[in-house]
Design a protein around this ligand. Sequence first.
Ligand code: SAH
Length: 385
Amino acid sequence: MPAAVKPSADGRRNLFGMDRVQLRDAFESMGEKPFRADQVMQWIYRRGVGDFEAMSNLSKALRQRLAEHFVVGTPDAVAEQKSKDGTRKWGLRLAGGNAIETVFIPEGDHDAPPVASGQPRYRGTLCVSSQVGCAMDCSFCSTAQQGLNRNMTTAEIIAQVWFAAKQLHCDFQNERDISNVVFMGMGEPLANYGAVLPAIRILLDDFGFGLSKRRVTVSTSGLIPFMDRLREDVDTALAVSLHAPVDELRNTLVPINRKYPIRDLMEACRRYTAGKDRKSHIVYEYVMLDGVNDQPALARDLAKLLGNMPAKVNLIPWNPFPGAAYRTSRPENVKAFADILRHKGIVTTTRKTRGEDIDAACGQLVGEVQSRQKNRLRGIPVVTQ
Ligand code: SAH
């Protein structure tokens, strides 16, 4: 097994932690040509090669220097599970002893031609974690029960993708193997913006994983200042965990709503898509909780709220976990809710629950987190940056 992801006890830096600009700078400060950084990135992300010795277009001297200064450090897997539906989940041990979870969700036929009429398109979605635990304290999410232990580093975030690609025997050149990356694992990505931004850049970079901007999705509970920064810094898809169309209810489900209420959130969403191309929209996630937020009147409120926004709605049947006080909405209520939205012209999908048998579904990711800061946020949530 490869070494755990560390900034490296011996002072060597983990290459997974640097986007192209950062890596070029590091090379320049070592007196190396910046284009060598591009070559190294291509070896790692486009060919899946992490061993400097195998980087044959670099001189022997440079390969040696690289090995002195850098590591390509992937985490140890402490658990691996495979669902009967093909979903895979890995528990990955991080430096300091905690473990986080990463989930791979394949859909459709991998070997089908990319555009085949009448056939479900293949998609391989990797769901990555961005924090060890979470401070947002959403009442229906199992990760929230743990509180926040710490932010993950860029290297730890990117290592999940590389690790999964290796485990899945992906062809690193073929973007169909892992076609989408979503920040929907453990944590609130925008509360760890400083580490998440370079990770997004590596995912999108042609010398990095080379994913297109619509195939990398940041999911947020609604940290408005960082939604604005994200809009400025990089072009990527955004999902917003709405879960209720009225403040009174959203306050109880997503406590950060007390700081960033729905009206302000909607304005931020408008700013996020303003001036982007016609196809840009935000996906609003809406977990379906029986008798709590799934009534037809709320569907009408939601339709009104999103009426003239570039929006899609993704209804997520709630996934239970031990000790939770909710029930999953009845399928007929989910359908009725979706029908109301569609009738009002809002594109609405219902997320198929995947990986249930291995607790890999939304909101079931827990890893092994020693909670340092039991964040039972009853007041103003803690945003760490
Ligand atoms: N912090 C980010 C990422 C969270 S996970 C965010 O809030 O968007 C991705 C989605 O799963 C979020 O919409 C989250 O609200 C939802 N989710 C959390 N727990 C769930 C559960 N038990 N069942 C179904 N969806 C859940």
